[in-house]
Design a protein around this ligand. Structure first.
Ligand SMILES: [Zn+2]
Length: 501
């Protein structure tokens, strides 16, 4: 049965108080003193601000769901402190026998000591423990976990990049689907109506099952990783193109882009840069390149020929330049089959050569960026990218060059909360320190528009994916933006969150 029409009375929309009628999942009318259709639900917003529902353009949803339930290592300021947190958890809330204790969110780049399996073994005994780095690019195992994952003779227990991927997939819990529904409702309570999910390797079928099972609080765009692109179950064999809506999901699930990870991360000192990291020498002193340019070119071309766009992870300046070179080369050599190449975006774009924002614009590459990383990484960037931070997280430069920006959290690297993202985009400090490179802050209107997803501003005919805030975002300081109270969220005309209205 379709939801009844909803008449939103006294909504502040674009600075004007008006009524908004929602019917059949879409905005049906906007104007003062609209009559309520028979059977309509009438909700008085009492002047609260009506906004487009918010999107998070970069999420690892399973990892986020697990991180919400995991031992939080965020407070650890040393390996010893992380071990103490593990010891405390084992005393108060040990995992069920045969299962792994998973901790999440350590940031060891500035620690005075070094993580090592021996440190964990002193407190963990026979319990397998997997500690996941905040940037998801490595994990720290004790000896029991190392044995479990076939790495009994690993020298340190610190497992990085590709070697860590199979462990990441294994630690997904059997209760994940239930937790995902709960995490989706929590996101809706922050005004979120949609996410782009970069969970590896391809979560489309998992999401279809979750949505039919009741996890219906969010729209999901599900990306595919190279290892799942081919094969009889892959999107190419099934004829799925980016933007295709998956049948049976009420329009909530859409096929997304190909996700390719070309370099590592800043904290792990694996982001691929022109200059070496201080204190590193040898082959990996400038980070790592995980996909060679010619391999990237053939991947993107193959995807495009099958209607699949691309979202390419690039953090260091060299990695970004190589991705732009690749996209430029593809444009030069495009054949008839490539005429309508689907959208391409670079994920993260954290450190850019001065010439590259203009190349994003010229090539139509979208910059998918995560402003909360500025707050989390400013001290690390000051040390590891010293002398280069003027072109780190260069959002205003990208904007002024005419580049389309979309905002995300990279949850679980930062919380799945677009208000934290938006606040960090407009003010690059969340403590009492001055803003970090304030010249790269962007206006609130741009931050909101870059968090709005594919539907754009609230207009008649638009899908009724909406959110209502108790305060006017334009009238509060950034600290209040971070914790913006969200009164209600609506997805396709149905409430997914209501608090106090
Ligand atoms: Zn990510």
């Amino acid at each position: 049965m379709p939801d009844p029409a909803v008449l939103l009375r006294s909504a502040t929309l674009d600075g004007t108080v008006t009524d908004v009628l929602v019917d059949a999942g879409a905005v049906a009318a906007i104007g003062p003193h609209l009559p309520a259709p028979r059977g309509a639900q009438v909700v008085d917003l009492d002047g609260r601000v009506l906004l487009p529902g918010l999107w998070d353009a970069h999420v690892h949803f399973d990892q986020w769901t697990l991180a919400r339930r995991r031992l939080d290592l965020g407070p650890a300021r040393s390996a010893a402190e992380a071990v103490a947190l593990v010891a405390a958890r084992l005393r108060t809330d040990p995992p069920e026998p045969g299962t792994v204790l998973v901790g999440h969110g350590f940031r060891d780049a500035l620690w005075p000591d070094t993580p090592h399996r021996d440190l964990l073994d002193r407190v963990t005994g026979a319990v397998p423990v997997v500690l996941v780095a905040a940037d998801l690019h490595c994990c720290w195992l004790d000896s029991a976990a190392a044995a479990r994952y076939g790495m009994a003779d690993h020298p340190t227990g610190l497992v990085r990049e590709r070697d860590w991927m199979p462990i990441m997939i294994d630690v997904r819990s059997t209760v994940l689907d239930r937790w995902c529904a709960e995490a989706g409702r929590a996101a809706a309570a922050r005004g979120v109506v949609g996410i782009v999910d970069y969970e590896a390797p391809w979560q489309l079928d998992a999401w279809a099952a979750r949505i039919t099972g009741g996890a219906d609080a969010l729209r999901v765009v599900a990306s595919v990783w190279p290892e799942a692109l081919d094969g009889s179950d892959g999107p190419i064999a099934r004829g799925l193109r980016s933007g295709d809506v998956v049948a049976g999901t009420g329009g909530l699930l859409t096929m997304g882009p190909l996700k390719v990870v070309t370099d590592g991360s800043l904290n792990t000192r694996t982001a691929c840069c022109d200059d070496p990291y201080p204190g590193l020498a040898g082959a990996q002193a400038r980070g790592v390149l995980l996909v060679a340019p010619d391999e990237l070119r053939s991947l993107l071309r193959r995807a495009a020929r099958h209607g699949i766009g691309a979202a390419v992870h690039a953090i260091g300046d060299r990695a970004n330049a190589l991705v732009l070179d690749t996209v430029a080369a593809l444009a030069m050599t495009a054949g008839p089959g490539d005429a309508a190449a689907p959208g391409r975006r670079i994920e993260h774009a954290q450190l850019l050569r001065d010439v590259d924002p203009a190349r994003f614009a010229a090539l139509g590459v979208v910059a998918s960026v995560q402003p909360a990383h500025v707050l989390d990484d400013r001290d690390v960037a000051d040390r590891l990218w010293a002398g280069r931070t003027g072109r780190a997280f260069p959002y205003r430069t990208l904007l002024d060059a005419g580049v389309e920006i979309v905002l995300g959290s990279d949850a679980p690297v930062a919380p799945l909360d677009p208000w934290i993202t938006i606040a960090a985009a407009v003010r690059r400090s969340c403590d009492d320190r001055p803003s970090w490179h304030p010249e790269q802050e962007i206006p609130l209107s741009v931050a909101l528009a870059s968090s709005t997803g594919p539907d754009g501003p609230v207009r008649v005919g638009r899908r009724a994916d909406l959110c209502v805030t108790d305060l006017d975002p334009a009238a509060v300081p950034a600290a209040t933006l971070r914790t913006m109270p969200v009164a209600a969220t609506m997805l396709g005309g149905s409430w997914t969150h209501r608090a106090g209205i």
